[in-house]
Design a protein. Structure first.
Lengths: 256, 219
């Protein structure tokens, strides 16, 4: 990976993964991965199911503790204890595969709860922020709806707004469209694309190869807990340098 | 055989007072056993082995003893062990509360565990502490699932309060037995006792059915 084909390389690294390992009992989920995410970049993590890409993402905000190596956030190693991890997490937004909206709260309450509970913002200010974020994801009219009365795509857009409400420096997306009906995938990807265009730093675990091809600045291919190849989308999708990347893409029916 | 139903009317004050004590005992027991159950459930789910072990032992101990044994124990043994003497009513309340707290804690624990892990993770990912996640996200959801079970426990408890009659707490069963021993009108007294329990219990059971419908979880 030379700096020349990575436009973001000139900007500071927001996340640096150094030989990160994660073990679940006897299972080696991550066997030592190293990669970087630079400010303003969209980095897509792709690879077969169980290849470790989601685990890498979950290690990033401490939902999983590392078994080895380190992750630097803004140049500082992530603390591995709960209390010191908490303020760091507030600076990272996370979007889950199953949305995980809070079902007992309306859309706007879901978005406002972070600022109210964690940042101790006043209810009125948090609601104002939440309303403008719902507007941004195109759901101003659904502010009073409970998650049960929203489509999957709408729920995921609320979940994105909820993460943005903490004004994070990085957004982590864990297969954000995998649980969606095909017809609602587009609306979520469009929101993500708009976010990318605003310059948000994003790490996206995805099976949406078209999105990765078009939006990513950098693509990282995982297999069996290791990174088998990383590079700009042009390289990964049009001229993959490893057999395993070629295999993975051909299994998906990707033909450029 | 001739029946003499007039004894019921004659002893109405005693029976009504007994019914009132039954209701009061049910309400007070639940008032203790709901916070008690939450406390035990949270302790049991805590990361400290000492706390969770102590709570688990408490729950498994009282959940698996017949209530009547706990009632006798509270009456005869507790004063000896603790040096504290309570009225029969308070003793009965303590015995029932120990048993129902243990039951409720299992109910709350199941309710908390039924909320999927992703909900806690979503709260944690926002930067909440585990306590905030429990208070803001998990308990409010668990509550809806727990309420129908608590309502059923309530109805069982209402009937189980009759067990404290063995230590002469003047609730409905004890009042009825007093009337029986004074009048020897067994059939009439037992029939009246059944009628009062049923008339008080049936609306509660219907209320439980309504709560079940109302709080059916929709996701």
């Amino acid at each position: 990976m030379s700096a020349s084909n990575r436009p973001g390389a000139a900007r500071p690294a927001v996340l640096v993964y150094r030989d990160v390992k994660k073990r679940f009992g006897d299972f080696q989920a991550l066997g030592g991965i190293s990669m970087e995410v630079h400010k303003g970049e969209v980095v897509c993590l792709i690879g077969p199911s169980g290849s470790g890409k989601s685990t890498a993402l979950r290690c990033t905000n401490g939902l999983e503790a590392l078994s080895g190596g380190e992750i630097l956030f803004d140049g500082v190693p992530l603390p591995q204890d709960e209390p010191r991890m908490r303020p760091v997490r507030q600076r990272m937004g996370m979007v889950f595969q199953n949305f995980e909206l809070f079902p007992h709260k309306t859309a706007i309450e879901n978005v406002a709860i972070g600022p109210v509970t964690v940042l101790k913002m006043s209810a009125a200010d948090a609601r104002r922020r939440a309303a403008s974020l719902l507007d941004k994801v195109g759901l101003a009219s659904k502010a009073g709806n409970y998650p049960a009365n929203l489509s999957g795509g709408q729920q995921q857009r609320v979940a994105i707004a909820r993460a943005l409400a903490m004004e994070p420096e990085v957004m982590l997306f864990d297969e954000p469209t995998s649980a969606l009906d095909p017809e609602t995938i587009g609306e979520v990807l469009n929101v993500m694309k708009a976010l990318a265009e605003e310059g948000m730093t994003m790490v996206v675990v995805t099976h949406e190869m078209t999105f990765a091809r078009r939006v990513a600045d950098w693509v990282v291919v995982f297999d069996h807990g290791l990174i088998v190849e990383q590079g700009p989308p042009g390289q990964i999708f049009d001229a993959p340098t490893t057999e395993r990347t070629r295999n993975f893409l051909s299994h998906l029916g990707w033909n450029g | 055989m001739t029946y003499d139903w007039s004894v019921i009317w004659q002893y109405r004050a005693l029976l009504l007072e007994g019914a009132a004590v039954t209701v009061l005992l049910t309400v007070l027991t639940m008032a203790v056993a709901i916070p008690g159950g939450i406390l035990l459930a949270v302790l049991r789910l805590s990361n400290s082995r000492i706390l969770s072990g102590t709570a688990a032992s408490f729950v498994e101990f009282f959940r698996n003893l017949p209530i009547i044994l706990v009632v006798y124990w509270a009456f005869y043994v507790m004063p000896v062990l603790t040096g504290l003497e309570f009225s029969a009513f308070t003793t009965g309340l303590i015995a029932l509360s120990l048993n129902v707290s243990a039951y409720n804690s299992e109910t709350f624990r199941a309710g908390i565990n039924s909320i999927r892990k992703g909900q806690t993770e979503a709260a944690i990912a926002l930067g909440m502490s585990r306590t905030q996640a429990m208070r803001e996200i998990i308990l409010p959801q668990a509550w809806r699932r727990v309420l129908p079970v608590l309502a059923s426990t309530w109805v069982s408890l209402f009937k189980d309060t009759s067990l404290v009659s063995v230590i002469a707490v003047g609730e409905l069963a004890h009042a009825a037995m007093t009337v029986r021993s004074q009048t020897f009108r067994v059939l009439e007294v037992l029939t009246a006792m059944a009628a009062i329990y049923w008339l008080l219990g049936y609306p509660q059971a219907k209320l439980v059915d309504w709560i079940r419908l109302k709080f059916k979880v929709a996701e």
